[in-house]
Write a protein that binds this ligand. Structure first.
Ligand code: IMP
Length: 200
């Protein structure tokens, strides 16, 4: 059986972050009726897996099984080569409960200094999973490679954007027009794969 999502399907976005909904709806070109896990009052599962793919699947399955509707979840983060892939799945957690990304970026810089490595390469990953209630799931991953710069530059974007320069460019994600970032980001690449897998 081919796993396809028909246009107009009600889809649960397994996020409690209302800010992500317009982004998800835009990336899905308004094809679905998006309802969030937060709106449905679903509890947030603990992210107990050790990979982006594992956590995206866990969140999508949890929301699908509890709601009885297909659900979409994402998990993303920054991985630094010289830090053996850290912060990775802990990217949000490095910013602490107050989501202090100035502190998280400082931590990346300090950890790098401790390694004495001059390798500043890094990459962003986005894993996206769609799960059907008590049924199958599809998961894809998008990645963008680049290098880190300190101090960070630019006030656009979010999270670790100010310290990340994508390969082939000389501006950080924090300095770029949002449309330029969206054209090449890990999230856009993952969504392109998801669309190819589920909608075409
Ligand atoms: P989550 O996927 O909502 O768990 O968050 C992952 C964390 O990774 C975010 O809080 C950001 O810190 C970081 N992250 C993921 N994608 C991006 C991005 O495009 N720019 C900057 N930081 C990102």
């Amino acid at each position: 059986m081919a796993l396809k999502l028909e246009a107009g399907t009600k889809l649960v976005a397994a996020t409690h972050n209302p800010g992500k909904v317009p982004e998800i709806a835009a990336l899905l070109e308004g094809r679905f009726e998006i309802i969030t896990a937060g709106q449905l009052g679903l509890p947030e599962p603990e992210e107990t897996e050790s990979t982006f793919v594992g956590n995206a699947l866990l969140k999508a399955r949890h929301a699908a099984d509890l709601s009885g509707l297909p659900a979409l979840a994402d998990d993303s983060g920054l991985s630094v080569t010289a830090l053996a892939g850290a912060p990775g799945i802990f990217s949000a957690r490095w910013a602490g409960p107050t989501k202090d990304f100035a502190m998280a970026m400082k931590k990346v810089e300090e950890r790098l200094e401790e390694t004495a490595s001059d390798d500043r390469s890094a990459w962003f990953t986005s894993a996206l999973a769609v799960a059907w209630p008590h049924g199958p799931a599809v998961v894809v991953e998008g990645r963008v490679d680049g290098s880190l710069v300190f101090p960070g530059r630019g006030t656009r974007g979010f999270g670790y954007d100010p310290i990340f320069i994508p390969e082939g460019h000389d501006t950080t994600f924090g300095e770029m027009e949002p449309t330029a970032k969206d054209a090449m980001s890990h999230r856009a690449r993952a969504f392109a794969k998801l669309k190819a897998a589920l909608f075409d």
